[in-house]
Every structure is written in structure tokens, then in C-alpha cells.
Design a protein around this ligand. Sequence first.
Ligand SMILES: [Zn+2]
Ligand SMILES: [Zn+2]
Ligand SMILES: [Zn+2]
Ligand SMILES: [Zn+2]
Ligand SMILES: [Zn+2]
Length: 236
Amino acid sequence: MSGGYDVELFVDTPDYDLICTICQGVLRCPVRVACNHVFCKKCILQWLKRQETCPCCRKPVNQSFIFMMYKLSKSISRLRIKCKNETHGCDATFPLSEEYCHSTACLYELVPCPHQGCGAQALRRDLETHTQRCEHWRQLCHMGCGTLLSLQTQAQHNCYRQLRQEHEAQRQSHRAIAAALQRKMRKMQNTMAHMKRQIGLICESLEVMDSQEEVENAGETTTASSSSSSGSSSSS
Ligand SMILES: [Zn+2]
Ligand SMILES: [Zn+2]
Ligand SMILES: [Zn+2]
Ligand SMILES: [Zn+2]
Ligand SMILES: [Zn+2]
């Protein structure tokens, strides 16, 4: 019968008068009946359903004369107990009142795997190792691409590397475009310089032609009017 606390849990063997004679455990919610015998509340209520006498002294017990023993309950709650996971390796001891609090943090407590559909249990300290290898592991890609990854697809999925490669490829194509533009510009500059030189040459040759014409014209005028001058020059 699971009325009181298991005596084995306690660090020091509990006093005899803290033991419930019905369940042989340490009193849980102790109550006193009219004959002054003390039992767990649950134990005596169950007992009275069958017979309304004290299990210790056989005196009649009236269900409506049962008294809660708060002080005794308090002092029992201060008794030190061992962790129920001692067999798994926990060597912690603490007051009975802190049992629940410890069980929520105990590294040797069996806890269920949080992944949906797994159903496996592991010691709290081993849970992380399990969940990392659990085949029910699912996680959204932390790079934010929205892919739901499993253990199998996680290895192949390489969001970051992919993004980097794409980025690198883009940068290279940008560089190639820039280089091509630069080459074109240099070509144009060369062509322009070449054209400038050509134009220069053309201009020079035009000037030469002009001056030749001038010379010729001048020569004509001089020859036209020089018949006298040449005569004079020949006379000189
Ligand atoms: Zn009991
Ligand atoms: Zn009694
Ligand atoms: Zn523990
Ligand atoms: Zn799992
Ligand atoms: Zn991704």
C-alpha cells in the first residue's frame, strides 16, 4: 500500500513513532484518532471503510474525530532523504520537503526525449547526447532559409557554404564585367589617341598644302610682276 514514505529513502532510520502501523512507511499527512494513535491520513481512511476500529488498539474510531497533525507533518518534512535516483548514480541528500524541487533538476532523473514521435527516455544528464543523435531530431535551418532539417538532410544541407559560393560567384562576375569595361575603355582611349594623331597629321598635311599653294600663288604673283623686277634683278 502506497500510503507513507519509503523508510529506505531516509538518510537516518526514522524514529519508530514516525512509522504508520498500517503501511509501515514514514507518516504522510499524519492524523490522530480518538485513541491517540497516529496514521497516514490516506491509510486510516481506507482502513475505516472496512472496519471502524483502531488497527492498533481495536478501540472504536469515529471518522469525524480525526485530527490533522500539522506540527508532526512539518518536522517529518525536515528529515533528510536520499534521492530516489540513487541507483542511477545520484548521491544527493536533502530535506523531504525539497524532494520535488530536486527531481526537476536531478541529473539522474529519467526524462522523455523532447522530439515528437521519439518516446525514448534518458537520464537528464544524457538527454543532450540522445537528442543530438535522435532520429526524430528536427530543426529549422539556423541560417533562416526555412528548410526543416533532419539528421540525414542536415549533413547535406549547407546553407552557409551555398550562400557564400553564390556570393563569391556573383563577386567574380562583377569583377569580370568591370575588367571588360576597363579593357573597352582603354581600347577606346587608344583609338581616340590614334585618331587624334591622324587628325594631327591630316591637319599638318593640309597646312603644308596650304602653304605650298600660298607659295605657288605668291610665286605666280611675283612672276607676274617680277618680269620687271626680274629684269631689274638681272640688270643688277
Ligand atoms: Zn500509512
Ligand atoms: Zn488506537
Ligand atoms: Zn537526484
Ligand atoms: Zn529521441
Ligand atoms: Zn538553410
